[in-house]
Design a protein around this ligand. Sequence first.
Ligand code: ADP
Ligand code: MG
Length: 634
Amino acid sequence: MSTPLQILEKYWGHAQFRPLQSDIIDAVLAQKDVLALLPTGGGKSICFQVPALMQDGMCLVISPLIALMQDQVNNLQEKGIDAAVIHSGMPFGAVKETLQACTSGAYKFLYLSPERIESNLFKEYLPALDISLIAVDEAHCIAQWGYDFRPPYLRIADLRKELRGVPVIALTASATKEVEATIIEKLSFKEHAIFRQPYKRPALSYSYFEVESKINKTLEIIKSVQGGGIVYCNTRKQTKDITELLMLQKISADYYHAGLSAEERQLKQKKWMTGETRIMVCTSAFGMGIDKDDVRTVIHYDMPDCLENYYQEAGRAGRDGKKAYAVLLATSADITKARNLHETRFPSIDTIKNIYQAIANYLQLPVGIGEGSYYDFNVLEFCNNFKLDLAIVTQTLKVLELEGHIQFSENIFLPTQVCFTCSKKSLETFEEAYPVFEPLIKALLRSYQGIFDNRISVFEKRLGGICKLDAMGVQKQLQQLAAMGIIEYLPQKETPQIHFLVNRAPAAFLHIDKDQYLKRKKAFTDRINTLIHFATNPGCCRSVFIGNYFGDIDKDPCGICDYCLSQKKNKIDDAGFAAIEKALLAQVGKTPVPTAHIIATIGDDKKENTWEVIRFLESENRLIMNEDGTIQLA
Ligand code: ADP
Ligand code: MG
């Protein structure tokens, strides 16, 4: 029997566990229900993947984002671990085929989007599945008043009733005490263990600037702090505009958002990871799964909409434990806009009903039908046709989703599908005439049962592995086979889709739970106010503020955020500060000098104050403090 560490080395090639991973894995192996709170990129996946590999049976993984599930499944497959995914938008045949394979133990991991739990097909197969562990990724999505509620997550509770005795591990990056309690309650935790990493990041300096020109401030920061960085902003257009402005100043930068193709995104991410691109200007779509330790600055060009998101995104700086900066920028107009954000985020119930009617018109969907159907839904075109505001439509779709009328997925991932369209006989003749296609045809027939009669989801990478072609080569041959009438070929695509969960209702009778709606609106308003409070007037160390928000007990000020620095500076009067600063700068140049020596010449009685000035100048990037106890000009 292998140990967890041996499994980690064997499949991942990592030499040791990160903090908490090992304890979490032990608790899972001891059959406890576990809640693991680790930062994004902290290595949560391994916490359920390693113990699952050590046990018999299958691990069911519930995750909210199709693209992420697909990534993880691909990663596992590349390591030679059998994994599959079932999500909404997958054709019936493909789901059935996958579930059937699960009954004979074909997969170690089955990734499932939460709305699938309720489907009849899944329920039908459930008793036949040998499930040893349920992993709930992004578990905060279960909290109704939390920042990222996904209604289908509530269905996980039913799953636990069906699978009595199967332990659960819930994973998330951050949760307030309230959200933590909700997770434990809604997932019906039994004997359980909670692991959380402290929220404090000793070398991360938080600061906030209210400025007139955000671009000037951004340039100033990027020019004064070396190393890689991220600039988060709210719109796709902005990512491009800001990138251009940075490049005009000869700063290496690129932009990233969810509207780019998967290949483009991968390429941009890679260049940034290797340092070829220094600054990534992006929307919040950037960050999931990025694994770069030495990010020195994260600048927020726009306000996020809650402290959870801010903390997550800012926390991508300085994971190597060295000094890093998280800077939040705003204009006074931004603050006003944030205060009014609840108006667009929570449109009036009449507005919601009108937009619902417009959607039905757009899809030409009469009252009383639609249940279970998927429709391509181009939001931009829809807004244009009906002269509606995109932000309000987006929010209305969310409300309709929460109320269980529809599901909307902006980027539903439909894997490549293939079905043979010729007879077996003519296929043989074809193979003789075109032997170059033989390896691919054989690989298709061998790897995917039923592909002769049904559309089956295929994975180009896997096929490529079998017939020694790269993914592009596989795609090219599939195209050629389709052109010659041998197969039907539906390449993978990402399209926005609306899925009607119930029949279309007359707009006037559309059910919306008003109390719940107003309660959610209030929770949202509270969250945004907390963030505004954090930004404009924290009243304490920013690290302590964040810790308090998440229920951490640590109350020690970080000493490096803008609040702490202003407190320190205030201890010395301005004249005293200026005098020490002058004396100090007169003695320090570009070559390192011993700090003790400088302090001695300024005067032992001023020792404390001199230290404060040194730290202040360092935080302003004017001085460098070396590890050997020397200082020099930056
Ligand atoms: P999370 O889900 O917490 O955001 P992931 O599970 O996606 O994080 O892991 C982030 C990255 O960290 C992955 O590339 C993973 O391989 C890597 N990683 C996880 N654990 C370790 C470890 N013990 N040693 C080295 N790298 C690790
Ligand atoms: Mg993860």
